[in-house]
Design a protein around this ligand. Structure first.
Ligand SMILES: [Zn+2]
Length: 400
């Protein structure tokens, strides 16, 4: 979804297929994808015209363990049609659904954003970086534990909202797989490094349009495919918000960013105009309503800055940290340091270290003292599992 990789895969013996095969290690993400493909994708493909069906049945959906960050990709390699789905993406999508449902139910509209940021900075994708002797940090918590629930409370919550969580997750993953199948159906590809963004976006729109029509046909034929109500567009809205959240995070984290998918706002509004968010479930209806406000707030850097500033003024430390990141990206280091450190919260230690390291804090102190203070702050961040604190320790030579 994020980009099409034209990697030369090893030649794989080609065999005529009667349905999409799902391959991957015997792990939860593979089981989840396999079940969804059987229940939803196979019936959706069966509804396509014969020629298209023949193409789509050749597609192998490969769940990759520890695949590259962060998104699904489709491609053709040595004549083999593939959709590659990193397992971490599937599991993070699942967590994000749980976080979103909790955000609606607990009336904390920004909870899913807090959790996503928290988990991405500790993502196993950074495993190779944090694999040092002791700076491994604790494993990221699932959303409900991150929210402060006990295991028992979390299980009870999931039982209570099971239909909503699974319905939303199925709808979102269905939308993502249909989009990737759309690339195969229309046979339109691009190279994210070389194709001009306008052309890449046009191809993405075509894949979206194909997915929309395949989804409509599926809903008309099987309104309860996979045992869940497939009618509303919450799944697409959710999938878009999730992928957009990842892209935004990557651009502030500077882990590279690709903006090939049509801008968030136009994708959300075109998805919403397809069939609306007619109330099926109170939690999903609430999500549909609130996503509009979030779109408005994040539509531009200026909107995002104003929105984070307003939230920070109401005392939300996460918003202050994001505001600080925007100032950082503009080169306004002094204000960024002042805001982020004053805000406190979970990420403050890391930025404390950063501001000492680059001399925006403790300007009157000798260099060696500042470096010691930076190292100390990064150590606290690294113990908590923050990958960027570990990078800081590397820069300072405190760890190999
Ligand atoms: Zn795509």
């Amino acid at each position: 979804m994020i980009r099409i990789l034209l990697i030369a895969f090893l030649a794989v013996a080609w065999a005529p297929a009667t349905a999409q095969t799902v391959t991957g290690p015997d792990r939860p993400a593979t089981f989840i994808v396999r079940e969804l493909v059987q229940n939803i994708i196979v019936p959706a493909v069966a509804l396509r015209p014969p020629q298209e069906r023949a193409v789509l049945r050749q597609v192998e959906i490969r769940v990759e363990q520890g695949g590259p960050f962060p998104g699904p990709r489709a491609g053709v390699s040595n004549g083999k049609r593939l959709i590659l789905l990193p397992d971490i993406f599937v599991l993070q999508l699942q967590g994000h659904v749980e976080a979103t449902v909790y955000a609606e139910v607990s009336n904390q509209p920004h909870f899913a954003e807090w959790w996503l940021d928290y988990t991405l900075w500790r993502s196993p994708i950074f495993g190779r970086i944090s694999d040092g002797p002791f700076y491994r940090g604790t494993a990221p918590k699932r959303p409900l534990l991150f929210a402060g629930m006990t295991e028992n409370q979390a299980d009870a919550f999931v039982t209570q909202y099971r239909a909503t969580i699974l319905g939303m997750f199925n709808a979102a993953l269905t939308d993502i797989l249909l989009h990737e199948l759309g690339h195969h159906a229309i046979d339109r590809w691009y190279d994210s490094d070389r194709t001009p963004p306008t052309e890449a976006r046009a191809i993405e729109r075509e894949a979206d349009a194909w997915a929309t029509s395949a989804h409509e046909d599926l809903v008309n034929a099987y309104p309860n495919a996979g045992g869940y109500d497939m009618r509303n567009v919450a799944g697409r809205l959710f999938a878009i918000e999730f992928v957009y959240g990842l892209t935004r995070w990557r651009s502030t984290a500077q882990v590279g960013s690709g903006a090939t998918h049509p801008p968030f706002v136009s994708r959300v509004s075109s998805a919403a105009s397809v069939s609306g968010c007619a109330g099926i479930d109170a939690v999903i209806a609430g999500f549909c309503e609130s996503i509009g406000e979030r779109v408005e707030a994040m539509a531009s850097q200026a909107n995002a800055e104003a929105s984070y500033r307003a939230r920070a003024e109401e005392g939300e430390s996460f918003a202050a940290y994001r505001l600080g990141q925007i100032l950082l990206s503009r080169g306004d280091y002094e204000n960024a340091c002042a805001i982020m450190i004053e805000a406190g919260g979970r990420r403050a230690e890391h930025y404390n270290g950063w501001c000492f390291e680059f001399s925006y804090s403790g300007t009157s102190l000798p260099d060696a003292t500042r470096e010691q203070l930076a190292t100390k702050a990064y150590e606290i961040g690294a113990e908590a599992g923050w990958a960027d604190s570990i990078w800081g320790l590397r820069r300072l030579g405190a760890i190999p």
